[in-house]
Design a binder for this molecule. Structure first.
Ligand code: NAD
Ligand code: 3PG
Length: 595
């Protein structure tokens, strides 16, 4: 019995977002403005695009000119510095992107106030501890940073503080300016032959280590995640936290501020240090318990500290800053002309790329995909989303989609294939047609979890050349009924499978039927008794409805038995046309699917 046209197109799902891709979501704002569907319905203020049709980027802290100019080529740029938190919240609903340095708190309230419009936060620097990443992710807002351009500047500042501290440069300078000449008071200590413990052997830490070795220091490092061979290559021994702090004459901090590193230098850990240790911090103020440091300085456990960063910036009435054995700078680590130009360009490029819908190589809350991997994965990314979209439209409704199995057929070993991007796009394809959620690469996993949707990923290791990252992707939804029974596999799951042919995603399997239809436009799937003239009959009904057919393919179990016809159509057939297809006597069931 043929399904009626109305039940076939009334898919018991909400109006579909059909062809909107992640790229479209993030790309042209005019597309956003005219789009009647999807997450953009959360955007209340399309009116700002009326003039100029450009996205708006709010630059909330001083950014190098080259970066601002780059932004201006693509967007309306609003440089408003020193905003109060309330002013930022008020402005943000008019902005597609926000660029900050370390001085602006991008809190949950900022994302909530954006009304869904804020699509990317660019951190012009490394540390993202001032951005509420969980809130960004929940709101589908990409966070990108500029992780490399200020590394050398920060390392140089670390070395500057180390040497200045050892020779009392700041204190001596102040005293000379005050008219004094205290040559005996400011006798320093030498660096050569002393042990420096670098805590956090990442980009800055390893550059500090390299330079300190050049000064003749013995350098050890603690970093639970750093590869030993990188340390070995620089001639640095990786040691435990306790060993590092207990054997160091100087400690230089270079780890990020995380729950694990918060106040990692405290009364207890100061007590384990060598008496007279000297500490440099160009990482984050929060890694030191500042009150405990004052106590350690007063007790002589710590002889000196040189600090560029503070728990609260700027520090207020700080005993620590006022301590005579402390050298302080106002978070200047990244502040060289060169680093600021570099950071500005790095972040402007990342933000513009993200607004154009490109995947960011410096994404903090989404998979980072190197450009070369991305270019080969790109057609599979499109295939993944379309298969998710097709599979969910085949669900009859009722019990809800809870469990999805994705199989990647590939000749590449598991380590050679990063599927996070593909999984995110399948999730997007699965969820968007059945919800009002705006799903993108950033919040796909979060949204799936929130909806109780489990996505299991399997590999099917194929023989053959691993030149192409993938041969096929198969999406199966279990424990649901299908409105197109032929889409069910032998084990009762809705199953669709696709491949990329000449760079174009194709649907190649529905249930147990082999088909071959390019996934562009929309698709009619039709099960019929295989017999001559079927293609002609369906084709002529569609042509009478002025529906252009892009592709037709028939998969059958055996001649004159059941067959599934997959018809790609460029235009949406009317209900009447679909009804007439359903009324062809040999048609047993059919479904119209928007991709
Ligand atoms: N003062 C400044 O202006 C300035 C400039 C640049 C960077 N920074 C700060 O310096 C820090 C390092 O920056 P980066 O670019 O080298 O970052 P990075 O990510 O390259 O390096 C951080 C390293 O810390 C390690 N780490 C993480 N947790 C650790 C722990 N519990 N103990 C020890 N090591 C741990 C990581 O494995 C990583 O190798 C960051 O906090 C950054 O914000 C400050
Ligand atoms: O994490 C960083 O990149 C540094 O702390 C630099 O911060 P800034 O951009 O505020 O100078």
């Amino acid at each position: 019995m043929a399904a009626s046209a109305s039940s076939a197109i009334n898919l018991s799902i909400k109006p579909s977002h059909t062809s909107l891709s992640w790229k479209t979501h993030l790309s042209s704002t005019s597309a956003l403005a005219v789009s009647p569907i999807s997450g953009h319905r959360q955007y209340p203020r399309f009116v700002i695009y009326a003039v100029g049709d450009k996205p708006t980027v709010l630059v909330a802290e001083k950014l190098g000119e080259a970066g601002v100019n780059l932004l201006k080529e693509f967007a309306d740029v609003d440089c408003s510095y020193n905003l109060t938190p309330e002013e930022l919240c008020n402005k943000i609903s008019l902005c597609d992107a926000l660029i900050v340095r370390s001085g602006t708190k991008v809190s949950r309230e900022v994302f909530e106030s954006s009304g869904g419009r804020l699509k990317v936060v660019g951190r012009a620097g490394v540390g993202i501890d001032n951005v509420d990443l969980a809130a960004a992710t929940e709101h589908g807002c990409l966070v990108v940073n500029a992780p490399t351009a200020n590394t050398v500047a920060a390392a140089e500042h670390g070395i500057a503080l180390l040497t200045a501290m050892a020779r009392n440069v700041a204190q001596a300078d102040a005293s000379v300016k005050a008219g004094k000449w205290l040559r005996n008071k400011y006798v320093g200590v030498s660096l050569v032959g002393k042990t420096l413990a670098v805590m956090g052997f990442g980009k800055v830490g390893s550059e500090v280590a390299r330079r300190a070795k050049g000064l003749g220091m013995h350098v050890i490092a603690h970093d639970p995640y750093a590869p030993a061979d990188r340390a070995r290559a620089i001639g640095v021994e990786l040691v435990s936290f306790d060993k590092a702090i207990a054997s160091a004459d100087f400690i230089s901090l270079h780890m990020p501020l995380t729950p694990a590193t918060n106040k990692v230098l405290n009364d207890e850990t100061f007590a384990k240090m060598k008496k007279g240790v000297r500490i440099v911090n160009v990482a984050r103020g929060g890694v030191i318990d500042e009150d405990a440091l004052v106590r350690a300085l007063d007790a002589g456990i710590v002889a000196q500290a040189a600090l560029d960063v503070f728990t609260m910036e700027p520090p207020k009435d700080s005993k620590l800053v006022q301590h005579e054995n402390v050298t302080a700078t106002p978070h200047l680590g990244a502040s060289t002309m060169e680093a600021q130009e570099g950071v500005a360009i790095e972040i402007a490029e990342a933000v513009v790329g993200a607004l154009k819908g490109e995947l960011a190589a410096t994404a903090v809350n989404a998979p980072m995909v190197p450009a070369e991997v991305l270019s080969e994965l790109k057609p599979f990314v499109a295939l993944a989303e379309k298969l998710g979209r097709l599979a969910v439209q085949l669900v009859a409704g009722g019990s809800g989609v809870k469990s999805v199995k994705v199989t990647y057929g590939s000749a590449r070993g598991p380590d050679d294939l990063d599927t996070r991007l593909l999984r995110a796009m399948i999730t997007k394809g699965l969820i968007e047609p059945i919800s009002s959620s705006f799903v993108n690469l950033v919040n796909a996993d979060f949204t799936a979890k929130q909806r109780g949707l489990r996505i299991a990923e399997l590999r099917s290791l194929l023989n053959g050349s691993p030149e192409s990252p993938l041969e096929f992707i198969q999406v199966q939804i279990s424990s649901v009924e299908s409105k197109f029974a032929s889409a069910l596999s032998d084990s009762g799951e809705i199953r669709v499978e696709g491949r990329v042919k000449d760079g174009i995603p194709h649907l190649t399997k529905v249930g147990s039927f082999e088909v071959d239809v390019s996934l562009e436009g929309s698709i009619i799937l039709c099960r019929q008794v295989d017999q001559p003239g079927m293609i002609g009959k369906v084709g002529s009904i569609l042509s009478e409805g002025n529906v252009n057919v892009s592709f037709m393919s028939v998969g059958r179990v055996a001649p004159r038995k059941h067959a599934v016809m997959a018809i790609g159509v460029d235009d949406q057939p009317s209900k009447e046309i679909l009804k007439r297809i359903g009324e062809i006597p040999a048609v047993e069931e059919f479904v119209y699917l928007k991709i």
